[in-house]
Design a protein around this ligand. Sequence first.
Ligand code: FAD
Length: 464
Amino acid sequence: ATTATSRDVDVVIVGGGLAGLTAARDLVAAGKTVTVLEARDRVGGRVLNLALANGGVTEGGGEFIGPTQDRIKALADSLGVATFPTYNTGKNLLYKDGKKTPYATDGLLGSVPPVDAAGLANAAIVQASLDDMAKQVPVDAPWTAAKADEWDRQTFESWLRANAVIPSAKFLLDVACTSIFSAEPRELSLLFVLFYIAAAGNETTPGTLERLTETANGAQEQRFVGGSQQVPIKLAATLGDRVVLKAPVRTVARSGGKYVVTADGITVTAKRVVVAVPPPLAARITYDPLLPAARDQLTQRLPMASVGKAIAIYDTPFWRADGLNGQVVSDTGVVSSTFDNSPPDASYGALMGFIEADEARAYDAASEAEVRAAVLKDYVTYFGEKAASPTSFVLQRWNNEAYTRGGPVSIAAPGVLTQYGPALRAPVGGIHWAGTETSLHWMGFMDGAVRSGERVAKEVLAAL
Ligand SMILES: Cc1cc2nc3c(=O)[nH]c(=O)nc-3n(C[C@H](O)[C@H](O)[C@H](O)COP(=O)(O)OP(=O)(O)OC[C@H]3O[C@@H](n4cnc5c(N)ncnc54)[C@H](O)[C@@H]3O)c2cc1C
């Protein structure tokens, strides 16, 4: 970061998350002059390493990658950030109706929790239908699917009520929904859910619901050595003082044939602007002249979902000795989904719990002590008394973060994609849009962020 107060470059990029930094990398490689304006005092956005009292590190935001997430993997490889498998040895734990059921995940059902046979059969049919419908959704224009209107006029909740008719099947789909989106099924358009499933693959491998939910062979398969924020930190280092921190952008104004982008402490003049922040945050910037109504109306309708993470640190990953892999699915609690976030050498234990959707909102205003007490009560329920006394506890609540205000991703209710979708990526004059929300593949994920940065760089280079 530097303190220069004005710059004149080819391209100014708003947002120093994975999307903005990737775009900067590609534009610099093509010989363009670039400035990245980042609001926070750090890069990485929704990817955040949290330092632990024991000298270790854990992740408060995006953390896992898996098969077909080729672009984040290639980026990490290029920066020398290695991956290791998410701890997945031993049994998962289902906690339902007050009962604990450990279960193996290497059978036919994968990690699907062992509810009653009727529920499993119903859930399997529902899953197959969702995958089948998702195949009919073009990832570059979900609103052009033959049944787009029908699918975009109902919530995922109403579709589930009609199709996941066995209560235990509805439970499984509800859990999958909150784990994937950190949103309740009533908040989502069915078409948006189908698009998200379709996007959980790459150019040659179609997306599936299973790839979203699984650890082995799924989106939770691998983690980054040293924490995921190593990727944006190392990427930003290659960009040097092109990246300016503590520079929240307030206005983007067209002036002559150029754009003047004003942030706190710095003004940048550029031929092209890349806005690489989540849609609702992009809407908080003032544009002069006004953006087209279609674009502004779109960003009024893509709220962030609601998410937090709570990580309890222990001297050892004691649950492993009990034959458990640390992954829980529960029908109750502030945390209803957990992972073993211990480091690769297991030199200490870390239990990570997601706080999602209704639960996240219920605890946004609670004190950290209150959240800690509620989370540890859940961990004791799932893993026993040893879970009551962590050596430290870290909490990251994204709804309370000024420059994210929720997560992991923007979500769409009924009527949004079909009416406003085309404005998602369409450039407005010299302003181009990036960020994971604009990606055709792995929208909502680190991989989608990287892909969007690569796509927008090509778009800008073609236009310059
Ligand atoms: C709790 C949680 C768990 C997740 N888990 C996973 C996971 O396991 N795997 C996975 O792949 N993904 C996961 N994700 C999603 C992943 O982190 C995101 O998809 C990805 O990091 C988004 O990158 P981005 O660059 O598109 O946006 P962001 O990371 O949001 O970057 C936008 C940047 O713009 C900045 N900004 C905002 N407004 C302004 C402004 N006005 N001026 C200047 N700068 C501004 C922000 O500070 C931020 O740095 C998770 C996210 C969360 C929150």
